[in-house]
Design a protein around this ligand. Structure first.
Ligand code: SAH
Length: 363
């Protein structure tokens, strides 16, 4: 298998038990001549009781446990490094079976723990302002690599929590890794699995129209769209994917999305990274207000995080407030994203492999 191929998706030469949805596991078990309902028991054991061996799971025949353990790995992802920010954010660097690395960020806020999950090693979309893009196309993460980020992220969370939010806003584009994303969502929301509410899960995309609808049809998760520009001219340049699905096409798609049964009361989060002299004019604010009002939406303004991989600059503070006010006066719900984890390059778009300031080593 070629590890640099975007399609490569095995976490180890051996499949991992986290790769299988409960239905897939049930089918596999049936093929072994056993009762498919054992899948429920196994899911409960590995996701609710965090078991790393199946021998001795109640009511699970030893011969089946043994066969599963011979066929599937249950080993955790290797944690290479843990970086703690002064604001409580923790970034975990995982080393995958092929030596590639991905990052997961734990962001505590009161009783809430938000896990920011990566989708790919690198990213093929080539957004010009993003740090991850500088790593090149890379490969898709396997389902087990997705799930392991959640399991390990919760295990290594920096503090107590009672509510978990998952945001697919880490490295890569989740909608390019679509099939694995859907299986991952199935395991995350499975009541025998991790049992997370779909509304606590946000999938962020640079804007792949067909998959936006496919996702909405499959799961009532929240969608975030990385908009970042109000004209096709600027967006074509910042985000090459816009040449395929332009702004008008995306908003038509979002309108269709919002008509789906699972999405009727959900707002789309429009992410807008303010980049100095590129997309931060007051005309942009007016155009953004108009776009935001064409659907049910919330706007999240993200001041651009400067990094060595791109020539762009953060906006002036003097620009930010008038920009925000124009949106508010137009009746748009708008928040400014507080930058978290800036000192460990865990902030938006800063996730890539060169992590300069290590403060903690792997447990
Ligand atoms: N590919 C998906 C998931 C990445 S999410 C997507 O594009 O939505 C990461 C978010 O941070 C996206 O909105 C991305 O555009 C934004 N971002 C990337 N680089 C950034 C930077 N340097 N400063 C601020 N936001 C950035």
């Amino acid at each position: 298998m070629n590890a640099s191929s975007p399609q490569a998706s095995r976490p180890t030469p051996q499949p991992h038990l986290f790769d299988l949805t409960r239905d897939e596991l049930a089918s596999w078990i049936e093929e072994q001549g056993e009762k498919p309902s054992h899948a429920d028991r196994i899911f409960r054991a590995i996701y609710k009781h965090n078991r790393t061996t199946l021998m001795g799971v109640q009511n699970l025949p030893d011969r089946l446990a043994q066969k599963l353990e011979e066929t599937f790995s249950l080993s955790p992802l290797e944690t290479e490094r843990v970086l703690d920010s002064s604001d409580g954010t923790r970034k975990i660097l995982f080393r995958l079976y092929d030596g590639a690395r991905v990052e997961t960020v734990c962001i505590p806020s009161g009783k809430r723990m938000t896990l920011c999950i990566s989708s790919q090693v690198g990213c093929a979309l080539g957004c010009r302002f993003c740090y991850t893009a500088s790593m090149g196309p890379g490969r898709n993460l396997a389902v087990s690599e997705y799930i392991s980020q959640v399991v390990e992220g919760l295990r290594q969370a920096p503090c107590e929590y009672s509510v978990v939010n998952i945001v697919f806003m880490g490295m890569g584009e989740p909608l390019v890794n679509f099939k694995n994303l859907l299986s991952t969502l199935s395991i995350l929301t499975d009541h025998f699995g991790l049992q997370l509410g779909a509304r606590r899960i946000t999938v962020s995309t640079a804007g792949l129209s067909p998959q936006i609808l496919g996702l909405g049809e499959a799961f009532p998760v929240r969608l975030a769209l990385s908009l970042h520009a109000t004209t096709d001219e600027v967006r074509d340049d910042l985000m090459p994917i816009n040449q395929r699905y332009n702004i008008a096409n995306l908003f038509e798609t979002l309108q269709q999305l919002q008509e789906l049964p699972g999405q009727r009361d959900v707002a789309v989060l429009l992410e807008y990274t303010l980049i100095r002299d590129v997309n931060d004019s007051l005309e942009d604010a007016h155009r953004l207000a108009e776009l935001a009002q064409s659907i049910r939406s919330k706007v999240n303004l993200i001041p651009y995080n400067e990094h060595p991989g791109a020539p762009y600059r953060s906006p002036d503070d003097e620009v930010l407030w008038p920009f925000m006010q124009i949106l508010q006066q137009a009746g748009v719900r708008v928040t400014k994203r507080i930058t978290r984890g800036d000192d460990i390059l865990a902030a938006c778009g800063q996730l890539a492999i060169s992590s300069p300031r290590s403060t903690t080593t792997a447990p």
